[in-house]
Write a protein that binds this ligand. Structure first.
Ligand code: NAP
Length: 408
């Protein structure tokens, strides 16, 4: 009888992963249960095929979202957050954002409460997925989006409220700012500490995965003391923590004649709007992108579209204490319980989770079997409507087809 155990974290941030780890999951709302069931089949089959029963996840259901609200009156019970902290690694389906219930978004709340400061979104083309790009195979990027501050911190006041008017009056009278009376106000806090830990994580990832560059994406030409500071702090932390592994683009040309030396990563910085052009025109020049919250929101969806859309984009929210892997799309409620939507995003998030746990063979099996299934023309409705001659299958049938390919 296998012994189920918790994943634990060492002081240096590395994980101790037992062979039979307990991993909490939130199946999610709307189409969440459909894609969760499908992703579970694929994750279990991958672990089984890779380790022949010697390693296996023991899944622990935890509550959040609509079902939790109906059961307990709470959208996000404290117990759920405690379980994620306790078990270190968790995975979730999409959650409905409660409208007018005093909660901005359950996802933002989970990220902020657990200090999951890095939203990590890999974007890589899978052969045969329809893409608007001419050469989508040139895209292999990983976005590290800061998750805890910037305009997403939720510090804002509605136009005409006493709070907004008081801030306007302070800014006018004490700081000399010119603001139209009755404006709504949002605050954009960005700190050295939080920017640096995000950029450090992005650089460490690039080194570990062998990516040749990290790009700081910012709008520092206009917002000098927030976005501009993000870029400055990024260069600082690169020097402080990775001085022997990172060179700047200036150094690349001044010291190395434009030829990247072996073992060194180039740190670039790009103004946000320009980077949107560059990832379309010269995508192979960009690899890991580190960026503040709002830019990261935009660029990760835009990049996902370049490789075929959100239905296939995986993601994770990672902090120093724990990590939550998730489908990046929403609950698509009109398709709930129809066994119809594409479970690819959650499956690929499961692969990311296995990589994070050091279960690389299982992760690779998920990616290769999923790619082989799509290449064979077996796809859910969203891809079937774009691929001529494809065989449309249900969400669960797609999962079985992927699992089947692992056993071959
Ligand atoms: P959505 O649920 O992502 O759905 C929008 C459209 O995207 C769907 O109608 C469908 O397009 C397509 N789509 C989404 N997931 C798909 C999948 N797995 N396979 C194939 N197609 C898929 O966005 P929404 O309608 O704006 O949001 C619904 C709810 O989800 C809201 O409550 C929102 O707050 C929440 N949400 C949660 C998360 C999260 O938990 N991470 C993220 C975003 C939104 P077609 O109709 O064209 O087929």
């Amino acid at each position: 009888m296998e012994k189920q155990m918790k994943i634990t974290k060492n002081a240096d941030g590395t994980l101790n992963v037992p062979d039979f780890p307990v991993i909490p999951f939130i199946e999610g709302d709307g189409t969440g249960p459909d894609i969760w069931r499908a992703a579970k089949i694929v994750m279990d089959s991958a672990a089984d095929a890779a380790y022949n029963g010697k390693r296996k996840v023991s899944w622990l259901a935890i509550d959040a979202g609509e079902k939790s609200y109906e059961k307990t009156g709470e959208w996000l019970p404290e117990k759920t957050l405690d379980a994620i902290k306790e078990y270190v690694v968790a995975i979730k389906g999409p959650l409905t954002t409660p409208v007018g219930k005093g909660i901005r978004s359950l996802n933002v709340t989970i990220r902020q409460r657990l200090d999951l400061y890095a939203c990590v979104r890999p974007v890589k083309y899978i052969e045969a997925v329809p893409s608007p790009m001419k050469q989508p195979e040139k895209i292999d990027m990983v976005v590290f989006r800061e998750n805890t501050e910037d305009l997403y911190a939720g510090i804002e006041w509605a136009a005409g409220t006493d709070e907004a008017n008081r801030v306007i009056s302070f800014l006018k009278l004490e700081m000399g700012a010119d603001i139209v009376a009755g404006s709504g106000i949002g605050v954009k806090p960005m700190s050295a500490q939080n920017s640096k830990r995000l950029v450090a994580r992005a650089i460490a990832y690039a080194i570990a995965q062998g990516y040749p560059s990290v790009t700081l994406m910012h709008k520092g030409n206009i917002m000098k003391f927030t976005e501009g500071a993000f870029s400055k702090w990024g260069y600082e932390v690169a020097k402080e923590k990775f001085g022997d592994r990172v060179i700047t683009e200036d150094e690349l040309f001044a010291k190395y004649n434009g030829v990247q030396p072996q073992g060194k990563i180039v740190l670039k910085d790009r103004i946000a709007d320009m980077l949107f052009q560059q990832v379309l025109l010269r995508p192979d020049e960009y690899h890991v992108i580190a960026t503040p919250n709002l830019n990261g929101d935009y660029i990760s969806d835009a990049l996902a579209a370049q490789v075929g859309g959100l239905g296939m984009a995986p993601g994770a929210n990672i902090g120093d204490d724990c990590a939550v892997f998730e489908a990046t799309h929403g609950t698509a409620p009109k398709y709930a319980n129809l066994d119809k939507v594409n479970p690819g995003s959650l499956m690929l998030s499961g692969a990311m989770m296995f990589d994070y746990m050091g279960w690389h063979p299982a992760a690779e099996l998920i990616r290769s079997a999923l790619a082989a299934t799509i290449k064979a023309g077996i796809v859910t409705y969203d891809l079937a409507r774009q691929i001529q001659g494809a065989r449309e299958v249900k969400c669960s049938e797609f999962a079985r087809a992927v699992a089947e390919r692992m056993r071959k």
